[in-house]
Design a protein around this ligand. Structure first.
Ligand SMILES: Nc1ncnc2c1ncn2[C@@H]1O[C@H](COP(=O)(O)OP(=O)(O)OP(=O)(O)O)[C@@H](O)[C@H]1O
Length: 211
């Protein structure tokens, strides 16, 4: 599903991540590591938001560097602490993402309703709490038919009921859409027990399979 070739990421010459060669098969991956180990950096580079050395391939064919638009169309990303323009409404963001991902707008109503967001989705984002913004960022990450969804710290600021719904979305999207997930979290993830969670530990600039 995802291949790394001579991949490395540095900030101002300081190496943060290095992967000579790695293939991730389809699945749900839990990315672990202490603060500052590189989890967010790893996800942002796969989302195409930060430049890298080397290359990342999706489904054996799409190269992040050579086909960035096609690549990013099927890789969705929700940031740990999302920042959106305060003057837009939640619904305007959803319309924008649905258009960019080529998804019919009516496929998004399931997400809005199941997270109980309908009563504020047409309000400007400046009025949203951090949990409301987090839910919106998660809805945006589930729009379309992505091959891969990257969720950075998806559990933070979410109430217990919303977490249960998020786990349902992950389970459904993985089962129905064959979508793979990379989830970074300091907290225990409790996805459906029928799903094998593959653990990856980031430490000393290196990824190792754990668990
Ligand atoms: N924009 C940046 N410029 C320079 N260094 C950065 C930048 N962003 C991150 N770093 C550094 O890269 C390393 C990895 O940071 P990253 O945010 O990816 O870690 P993380 O594992 O997500 O941390 P946390 O668990 O605290 O969220 C850290 O040493 C950090 O200081």
């Amino acid at each position: 599903m995802l291949q790394f070739e001579r991949y490395s990421k540095s900030y101002s010459g300081r190496l943060v991540l290095k992967i000579d060669r790695l293939t991730l098969e389809p699945g749900i991956y839990w990315i672990k590591g202490v603060n500052g180990s590189g989890k967010s950096t790893f996800l942002k580079t796969i989302a195409g938001l930060l430049p890298i050395e080397g290359d990342i391939l999706l489904n054996d064919t799409l190269h992040l560097k050579e086909q960035p638009v096609a690549f990013r169309r099927i890789v969705n990303f929700a940031e740990a602490e999302p920042i959106f323009p305060g003057f837009l409404t939640g619904m305007e963001m959803i319309r924008l993402f649905a258009s960019a991902k080529g998804a019919p707008l009516n496929t998004t109503s399931h997400y809005i309703e199941s997270m109980s967001m309908a009563h504020y989705i047409n309000e400007p984002l400046v009025t949203y709490s951090s949990g409301m913004l987090k839910k919106l960022s998660l809805v945006l990450a589930f729009i379309g038919e992505p091959t891969l969804i990257l969720l950075d710290e998806p559990l933070i600021t979410m109430d217990t009921a919303s977490l249960a719904i998020l786990y349902t979305w992950i389970t459904e999207k993985h089962a129905n859409g064959k979508t793979s997930f990379l989830l970074s979290s300091h907290q225990e993830l409790s996805v459906n027990t029928s799903i094998t969670l593959k653990e990856i530990l980031i430490a000393d600039q290196t990824l190792t399979f754990a668990g």
